[in-house]
Design a binder for this molecule. Structure first.
Ligand code: KG4
Ligand code: ZN
Length: 338
């Protein structure tokens, strides 16, 4: 079964063709990072305009790379949320139009669920219950996976998502958007023990996340307690590296500790990471060192950040489970609870 996936929840326009949920025939992603960089974050209206310009060329390229035609596609899968409403509507409209024109079924996919599925795309059988760890620019959640399509959210962030915290701290350090990879680069030359930052605790909810206190601690370190004494001189490279390393280590250790605690409580042997922050090599090293005895799965190359292969892959399974096409009035959802 050939599934075309379409992704446009935020600032990536993507289309991919996947056979039987795993075999990726094409995976075309156009990122808008350059467009949004000067604003330090995603500007929704600009994102919409770029999605409109690129959607059809990206779909054409995905068909060309997969060496197939529109008539060969058996199912259209589209990310219906969570995400920015304008960008979502563009992907949904494209997918509905293609499904209608070819008389093929359509399925709406939860983008966060797809991030978890990405780690299953090139691995052997998963033992359930498994634990999904979604760490991206918009989400930080621990999700118990009973089966593909059956989830129980155990915890989430009460304020910033972890990727968002990386992006904001990077901005404070004068680094470009997106900040995650920039922080990781600087942290390689820094000492993670230089600044005694503390992970966030949520009262009464030990496995929930909070990154706003950590972010504020970095700001106080840079600007002083009243946050007004802006450092005049440019930060020395050494201080930048040490702050990056200390922040990164604190934020990632928090994810590692809570992941291991929840995996232990729910007897999960398999852990599946998803989302842009799972690209971080320091996180992978920490999990390798701390998660012995567990099977830890990372998204394959090209599937950590937003992509449409994970949408097409999960679309295949969701359609097999129901064999029902979503209606043409399928709606975009900016938020989707698990
Ligand atoms: O999954 P994604 O592409 O988009 C969302 O669904 O949000 O994730 C983007 C986020 C950004 O916040 C970016 O800074 C972060 O992932 N990120 C990283 C790394 N690569 C991307 N954070 C830490 N370390 C990285 N290597
Ligand atoms: Zn995402």
């Amino acid at each position: 079964m050939l599934v075309m996936g379409i992704e446009s929840t935020c600032d990536e326009t993507a289309c991919s063709i996947v056979q039987n949920g795993k075999n990726i025939l094409s995976n075309v992603i156009s990122t808008q990072i350059d467009l949004h960089r000067e604003y330090g974050g995603v500007v929704p209206e600009l994102a919409c305009r770029r999605h409109i310009d690129l959607m059809i060329p990206i779909i054409d390229k995905a068909l060309e790379d997969a060496k197939c035609s529109l008539q060969d596609i058996d199912l259209f899968a589209v990310a219906r949320g969570p995400g920015l409403i304008g960008p979502l509507l563009i992907g949904l409209t494209a997918a509905k139009t293609l499904a209608f024109a070819t008389s093929k079924p359509l399925i709406g996919i939860n983008h966060v669920e797809a991030h978890i599925y990405a780690s299953m795309m090139d691995c052997g059988p998963i033992e359930f219950p498994a634990l999904g760890v979604v760490i991206s620019g918009g989400h930080t959640s621990l999700v118990l996976i009973h089966a593909i399509g059956s989830y129980e959210q155990i915890s989430q962030t009460v304020d910033d998502a972890i990727g968002e915290a990386f992006d904001k701290v990077a901005k404070m350090l004068g680094l470009p958007y997106p900040g995650g990879p920039e922080i990781e680069k600087l942290a390689k030359d820094g000492n993670s023990k230089s600044f005694p930052f503390k992970p966030g605790h949520v009262k009464g909810k030990p496995n929930f996340f909070s990154f706003s206190g950590l972010k504020t601690a970095v700001m106080y370190t840079l600007k002083g307690q009243n946050a007004k004494d802006v450092i005049q001189e440019p930060l020395s490279h050494r201080i930048q590296c040490d702050i990056a390393a200390s922040f990164q280590h604190t934020a990632l250790m928090d994810v590692v500790e809570k992941t291991l605690a929840v995996a232990n409580t729910y007897h999960c042997k398999h852990i599946l990471f998803g989302g842009g922050v799972s690209n971080n090599q320091h996180l992978r090293e920490l999990m390798k060192a701390r998660g012995q005895g567990l099977s830890i799965h990372w998204p394959p190359q090209g599937l950590s950040l937003d992509n449409a292969a994970m949408i097409a892959g999960l679309g295949y399974h969701r359609f097999q489970q129901t064999l029902v096409s979503d209606p043409m009035n399928l709606e975009a959802l900016t938020r989707i609870p698990f």
